[in-house]
Design a protein around this ligand. Structure first.
Ligand SMILES: [Zn+2]
Ligand SMILES: [Zn+2]
Length: 163
């Protein structure tokens, strides 16, 4: 009987030790992830240390607190957001080049291939390199792609070009 009891208690201690080891590993992994997350969200070393200490508040409460107080955006996201704002602010500073529409005379941007106001088409885009082509060109002069003859819009009835 004593042998059985010994085995039992040994197993019990072993079990407790394993659980303690498991919890310890879990805490270390948690702290590692919390610190890594903190480094991604802040340049401050102090914040990283604070997050590290917070991660060890039992039982996993610190990690939850960290999730609440951490900066909402990572530094990468912050950088992307700043860049996005700069790009959005761009058109205000440098207005796109415009020219008058040959049909209705309204200002249209240089890159347009069709007038958005009167629907006059005066150019098209190469399907391959996406550069502006004149309507009469059967081949793209930039990438040599065959773009085919273009049927001119009915608004401009010109004598049909024989092919
Ligand atoms: Zn127009
Ligand atoms: Zn092309």
């Amino acid at each position: 009987m004593t042998l059985l009891a010994d085995t039992g208690s040994t197993l019990l201690y072993l079990g407790i030790a394993l659980i303690a080891l498991y919890v310890a590993l879990l805490l270390v992994a948690l702290a590692y992830n919390v610190v890594r997350d903190a480094r991604r969200r802040s340049d401050s070393i102090l914040f990283a240390i604070f997050a590290f200490l917070l991660a060890f508040i039992p039982p996993f409460l610190g990690a939850l607190i960290y999730l609440v107080i951490r900066p909402p955006r990572t530094l990468d996201e912050e950088r992307a957001a700043t860049l996005e704002q700069q790009i959005l602010a761009e058109p205000a500073t440098g207005a796109p080049e415009t020219r008058p529409c040959p049909t209705c005379g309204r200002d249209i941007e240089e890159e347009f291939v069709i007038c958005p106001y009167c629907r006059t088409q005066f150019a098209r885009r190469c399907a391959v390199c996406e550069r502006r082509l004149r309507l009469g060109w059967p081949v793209c002069p930039y990438c040599a792609a065959e773009v085919g003859a273009h049927a001119l819009p009915p608004a401009h009835p010109r004598s049909a070009v024989p092919h």
